[in-house]
Write a new protein. Structure first.
Length: 381
């Protein structure tokens, strides 16, 4: 299992053989439905085996093909750490799987290509970003990637006010007061929100900012701030990093779980990652009526195959089956999924990837003209 990105999909395409099997399964992290996931996967595998036998495979060949899948999914820990979906790719020479953060339609696909279109939304909508939780009790920073969230450790700088005050007390009048239940010390000068308090808070955050900016300048990407509005305001006054997002998570975050931080920060950062997509959709709309755009599936499949497509908008969950005769440059549309037809949407996506096109996986309602496929061409016919 590995992270799904453009390189991942390119690798899948490079591993294809004459017969390839793709399986998608919605999964559950816990509960009664989660206990049924392994049973539903076995049923899908059995259906795929039956279809392969209809295509001329022997039963022992199908058993051998799926042996790696069965072995992996019978490991004790496999079903304990699921996301929203599972994608499996296998042929006689290759096997890989991905636990994905979207819930796919339960399905299997047998063809001369792997089914990659359900992965497209993963490689475009979510890159790495960071969240800085500002707190007098314990300031933390998290690196949030599509596959995992990890805490970034600070070195040689106090991350809580108690430790900061041990080294940076400038006025003897500042006194320490420790709360109950093991809470960390808070400080008070000549009264709540005193000038001394504010100066120490600003100094504390300035030291944090120096470490954060030094780290982020090496890795880049957006930073989301979280914490009381006053702390966020002071931090921004000291900030020297170019990519701190304007909106922040407001309020005390000390007791929030990592999952809550992921959800709330994604609501802020998602528009940032979607900006490029919006820009290309606007470009498509600006070209309305010209020969440089198309929503005709047959023409786009041909254009993708011959490297004409610059940008491809692929609707998630939409399929169009048919046959593409490359020698005659002819396409026959079909409403049947069988041993002869292929998913033309998937074929267009694979051709576009091979030819270096930009691809976006979108809900169909967001695809230009609400179409089954849309493309911006590199040049006119």
């Amino acid at each position: 299992m590995s992270l799904v990105n453009r390189e991942t999909i390119e690798k899948l395409i490079s591993k294809t053989q004459d017969i390839n099997v793709t399986i998608f399964l919605p999964t559950h992290k816990k509960g009664e439905e989660g206990k049924q996931d392994s049973i539903r996967l076995k049923n899908l595998i059995q259906q795929a085996k039956s279809e392969l036998i209809e295509q001329g495979w022997k039963e022992n060949e199908t058993d051998e093909l799926f042996d790696p899948v069965i072995a992996k999914t019978e490991e004790n820990q496999f079903w304990l750490h699921q996301d929203k979906g599972l994608a499996i790719y296998i042929n006689k020479e290759y096997f890989d799987f991905f636990k994905i953060p979207v819930s796919p339609k339960e399905n299997f696909y047998i063809s001369n290509n792997f089914l990659v279109t359900p992965l497209l939304e993963l490689q475009n909508h979510h890159s790495i970003y960071h969240v800085l939780l500002l707190s007098q009790s314990e300031t933390k920073m998290f690196k949030i990637a599509p596959d995992e969230t990890t805490q970034v450790k600070f070195e040689s700088v106090p991350t809580n006010m108690e430790d900061h005050l041990k080294y940076h007390v400038h006025d003897r009048s500042i006194q320490y007061h420790t709360g109950t239940s093991g809470s960390r010390a808070v400080f008070h000068g000549h009264g709540t929100d005193s000038d001394e308090d504010n100066k120490e808070l600003e100094l504390f955050l300035k030291h944090i900012e120096n470490k954060v900016t030094k780290y982020l300048k090496r890795v880049n990407g957006p930073l989301v701030l979280a914490g009381p509005d006053k702390m966020v305001s002071y931090y921004k006054k000291s900030n020297k990093y170019f990519n701190v997002l304007e909106e922040h998570i407001s309020g005390n975050c000390d007791n929030k779980s990592v999952q809550e931080i992921e959800v709330e920060s994604w609501q802020i950062v998602e528009p940032y990652f979607s900006e490029e997509i919006k820009s290309d959709i606007e470009r498509f709309n600006d070209l309305s009526g010209s020969e440089l755009i198309s929503t005709d599936v047959s023409e786009i499949v041909k254009g993708s195959y011959y490297g004409k497509v610059d940008t491809l908008f692929v609707p998630m969950g939409f399929h169009q089956f048919g046959i593409f005769d490359q020698e005659k440059n002819e396409i026959e549309i079909s409403d049947q999924k069988n041993g002869e037809t292929v998913d033309l949407i998937n074929l267009a996506a694979i051709s576009a990837i091979r030819n270096g096109s930009t691809l976006y996986g979108l809900p169909q309602s967001e695809v230009p003209n609400n179409s089954g496929l849309a493309a911006i061409y590199r040049y006119k016919s």
